[in-house]
Design a binder for this molecule. Structure first.
Ligand SMILES: NC(=O)C1=CN([C@@H]2O[C@H](COP(=O)(O)OP(=O)(O)OC[C@H]3O[C@@H](n4cnc5c(N)ncnc54)[C@H](O)[C@@H]3O)[C@@H](O)[C@H]2O)C=CC1
Ligand SMILES: CCCCCC(=O)/C=C/[C@H]1[C@H](O)CC(=O)[C@@H]1CCCCCCC(=O)O
Length: 261
């Protein structure tokens, strides 16, 4: 399936999982907007991606996704620059049990806003030609973590929201497939935040337990997560899917029992 000529937007795309996703999209000839808070890492990312993939294929847009107006502008700038929008990956996330309200804003509220903005630009309801949204949750949504109660809550929320809006898209014939991705531990800068009291708050005292869990379950590399994202984009049968990625089982899907009367 050729993705050439398509346009993607990835939040938190300047490093970690988001950066790997951006590179997979560029490798498939998709033009990409890299939306990220971090100006310095974003500039560095732009220079490296221009050198590797050629200028004009991606653009870094500095944006705090918790600022609704700025997020709206980032979407509009992407469409103004590349003429359309086909794929949105709501990936940016933080781990901060101290400032837990911020964690809810970044990990859940902004994912909801990003999904609604994606629909504004892609839904047939608005005369657009459809697309795919992928929201990044975590295996923390399945294995409740004593180190991260609010992080865990946000990741549960992302799954609930995504499954419900995916059903709405199907019922309303929006032409947009909306899926959720739940990785286990991934080797990115986020994982190092487990050491910091500033991030973990009073739960920092459980950091050894957290590290034991990483040793037990293993740590994935970002390109495998990007492979999962590409599958969610290219498999036209997937809507409301909950993809899990773990060391033990690789890429697989969560199945839910059908509701009984
Ligand atoms: N690393 C891991 O073990 C796992 C990560 N995840 C999820 O994957 C996603 C990506 O995480 P990583 O790549 O590991 O993290 P990371 O910390 O390496 O990268 C996150 C990126 O998001 C950006 N960002 C943070 N707050 C932002 C804001 N307000 N506005 C715009 N950009 C912002 C950062 O500047 C950074 O470039 C997150 O949603 C995370 O919860 C899920 C499961 C495991
Ligand atoms: C320092 C914060 C990084 C947060 C990254 C993340 O989302 C981690 C999630 C783990 C959470 O801390 C505890 C968990 O349950 C999550 C990962 C669990 C991996 C289970 C793998 C199971 C399997 O291999 O079958």
């Amino acid at each position: 399936m050729s993705l050439s000529g398509k346009v993607g937007l990835v939040t938190g795309g300047a490093q970690g999982i988001g950066r790997a996703v951006v590179e997979s999209l560029l490798n498939s000839s998709v033009k990409v907007a890299v939306v990220d808070l971090n100006q310095e890492v974003g500039n560095e990312c732009q220079v490296q991606l221009d050198a590797k993939y050629g200028e004009g294929n991606c653009t870094f847009i500095q944006c705090d996704i918790t600022d609704g107006d700025k997020l709206k502008d980032a979407f509009q700038r992407t469409v103004d620059l590349y003429g359309r929008l086909d794929y949105v990956v709501n990936n940016a996330g933080i781990n901060n049990e101290n400032d837990w309200e911020k964690t809810i804003q970044v990990n859940l509220t902004s994912v909801i806003k990003g999904t609604y903005l994606a629909l504004d630009h892609m839904s047939k309801e608005h005369g657009k030609s459809g697309g795919v949204v992928i929201n990044v949750s975590s295996m923390a949504a399945f294995l409740h973590s004593p180190h991260q109660p609010v992080y865990t809550a946000t990741k549960h929320g992302v799954i609930g929201f995504t499954r419900a809006i995916a059903d709405a898209s199907l019922l309303g014939d929006y032409g947009v497939r909306i899926n959720v991705l739940c990785p286990a531990f991934v080797n990115t800068p986020l994982l190092h935040s487990v050491e910091n009291e500033a991030n973990m708050g009073k739960f920092v005292k459980f950091k050894d337990d957290f590290k034991q869990s990483m040793n037990k379950f293993g740590v994935l590399q970002p390109p495998l997560i990007a492979e999962g994202v590409m599958r969610l984009i290219t498999d036209s049968g997937l809507n409301g899917a909950v993809m899990k990625i773990t060391c033990s089982k690789g890429i697989h899907f969560h199945t839910y029992e059908p509701p009984s009367a």
